[in-house]
Write a protein that binds this ligand. Structure first.
Ligand SMILES: C[S@@+](CC[C@H](N)C(=O)[O-])C[C@H]1O[C@@H](n2cnc3c(N)ncnc32)[C@H](O)[C@@H]1O
Length: 226
């Protein structure tokens, strides 16, 4: 869905993000949030990176997960906090303002059963993506899961061309208004495989320009010596 490039605009008005995403995706975003959360085992201890207004977070909580949601945007987290206040009171959800680059100093190795990251990688530079993907593998315990969902370039040449033709003017407009943009990520299942994750599963959504992928860290993965 090339129109996801507009999500940078929506993030500048956190109070309207949910409605805006629903319109941009023609109502399909909630199905995506559900599909992402469905990858996570019920009751898991999860870190959701770039949780924003809590679209996926709410679905994880409904699966009985305990969630630590981190995001650098205090205004996005404020919306999540309002929506999910009962889970915060019940100690099922912790929200923290945090930039991704702080993950390594905030959380110890293997702290979580599962790392979830939806629609964030496309906002990062290549170097940031490499760093956070390595971090995700560090944060998850042996036998745990990394679940990614994001915009990817369609596989077929014709679709890729059409995607580029529609996306480029939207990206230019977004850049003019926010001085930031997003770019589709490479194949997510490949990124997981390159990090030695196993049992990789992926599904395409919204044509083939959106991917949900998960991979499991080997149960006998050795942690580095302290
Ligand atoms: C498009 S929103 C996605 C939010 C949510 N995951 C969803 O699917 O609706 C991207 C989120 O990533 C956050 N984000 C982007 N770069 C970040 C960074 N370097 N550190 C922490 N959060 C970041 C933004 O603040 C925003 O809330």
């Amino acid at each position: 869905m090339s129109s996801y490039v507009f999500m940078k605009l929506l993030e500048t008005r956190a109070g309207r993000y949910d409605l805006g995403m629903s319109l941009l995706s023609l109502g399909r975003i909630s199905g995506i949030y559900r599909a992402v959360a469905a990858r996570v085992p019920e009751g898991a201890n999860v870190i959701e990176v770039g949780c924003g207004t809590g679209g996926v977070t709410g679905r994880l909580l409904a699966r009985g997960c305990t969630v630590t949601g981190v995001d650098r945007s205090a205004s996005m987290l404020k919306v999540a906090e309002r929506k999910l206040s009962s889970a915060i009171e019940a100690d099922q959800l912790r929200l923290r303002v945090l930039d991704l680059i702080q993950l390594d100093r905030e959380f110890a190795d293997a702290s979580f059963d599962c790392v979830v990251c939806c629609l964030v990688l496309s906002e990062l530079t290549r170097a940031e993506r490499r760093y956070v993907l390595d971090e995700f593998c560090r944060l998850v315990r042996p036998g745990g899961l990394v679940v990614l969902a994001d915009e990817v370039a369609p596989r077929s040449r014709a679709r890729r061309l059409r995607y580029r033709l529609t996306r480029t003017p939207m990206a230019a407009l977004t850049y003019a208004l926010t001085q930031t943009t997003t770019s589709h990520t490479g194949d997510l299942s490949q990124a997981l495989a390159e990090r030695d994750l196993e049992q990789i599963e992926h599904e395409a959504a919204q044509g083939d320009s959106f991917q949900i992928a998960s991979g499991r860290k080997s149960a006998c993965h050795l942690q580095p010596q302290a």
